[in-house]
Design a protein around this ligand. Structure first.
Ligand code: SF4
Length: 232
């Protein structure tokens, strides 16, 4: 894919959603970090449902250490892998208290050393909480980047490297959001919604889907919720 097409793709995604936001609810970098750790192999909606009850009870590292694993579990038991996630959240809270004065570090290496935090999660926190132009590659971003040929790579790190290389500076900060939302709502895994896709003429995927006879594509929901669901 050439640079002009890439630019046009981001221009169209930006025009469709000028101010994209994370779909995780959070108020502080620490709440975001916890939500991101809980969101591995789970939906944002499911995580928000759990944190809506959890954060009023505990939303600082100190409070999570005090809460402990056993009392945390009931709040997150609706989320997959909750036992392991509960241990990780309490352990990372302890480490933030011990090594970072109870603050979330704005530093990739320090973030990746926290239990349950990998490269993708660190990228999300750096981008969403601190405004760093990182590009987190999750399953949606990986699929969209490879399908469209925007950035081809055989693993998430390769796609991330390629995206960082080819994404024009002005789109870097929001690239992750645009691609993840596009993958979540339009370029979905099983059957991409090509007839309704705003970048269909630019995308280089060879097996694009066609409109179904009798289905008005315009009647189908395409976008994420218009209002960011960040908690007040
Ligand atoms: S045209 Fe289809 S495959 Fe290409 S980005 Fe759009 S939905 Fe995905």
């Amino acid at each position: 894919m050439n640079a002009q097409k890439r630019r046009l793709i981001f221009e169209r995604l930006r025009a469709a959603n000028p101010n994209p936001r994370s779909e995780l609810d959070y108020r502080t970098p620490f709440e975001l970090l916890v939500a991101v750790v809980l969101s591995a192999q789970a939906t944002d909606k499911g995580v928000n449902k759990a944190t809506e009850k959890l954060f009023p009870v505990a939303n600082t590292p100190q409070a999570f250490v005090k809460l402990g694993v056993d009392r945390l579990i009931p709040y997150i038991s609706s989320i997959g892998l909750f036992n392991m996630k509960a241990k990780n959240v309490v352990a990372l809270s302890q480490r933030l208290v011990d090594e970072h004065g109870g603050e979330v570090p704005r530093d990739r290496d320090a973030l990746e050393k926290l239990p349950g935090v990998g490269r993708k999660s660190a990228n999300v926190v750096l981008n969403v909480a601190f405004g760093e132009p990182t590009i987190a590659v999750d399953t949606h971003v990986f699929r969209v980047a490879n399908r469209t040929k925007l950035a081809v790579g055989k693993d998430p790190e390769a796609v991330e490297r390629q995206l960082l290389k080819v994404t024009p500076d002005e789109f870097r900060l929001n690239a992750h959001h645009w691609l993840i939302l596009h993958g979540r709502y339009v370029c979905i895994a099983r059957v991409p919604r090509c007839p309704e896709c705003v970048i269909a003429d630019l995308c280089e995927y060879k097996a694009k889907t066609r409109a179904l006879p009798g289905v008005d594509a315009r009647a189908l929901p395409l976008s994420p919720p218009a209002v960011p669901r960040k908690r007040a």
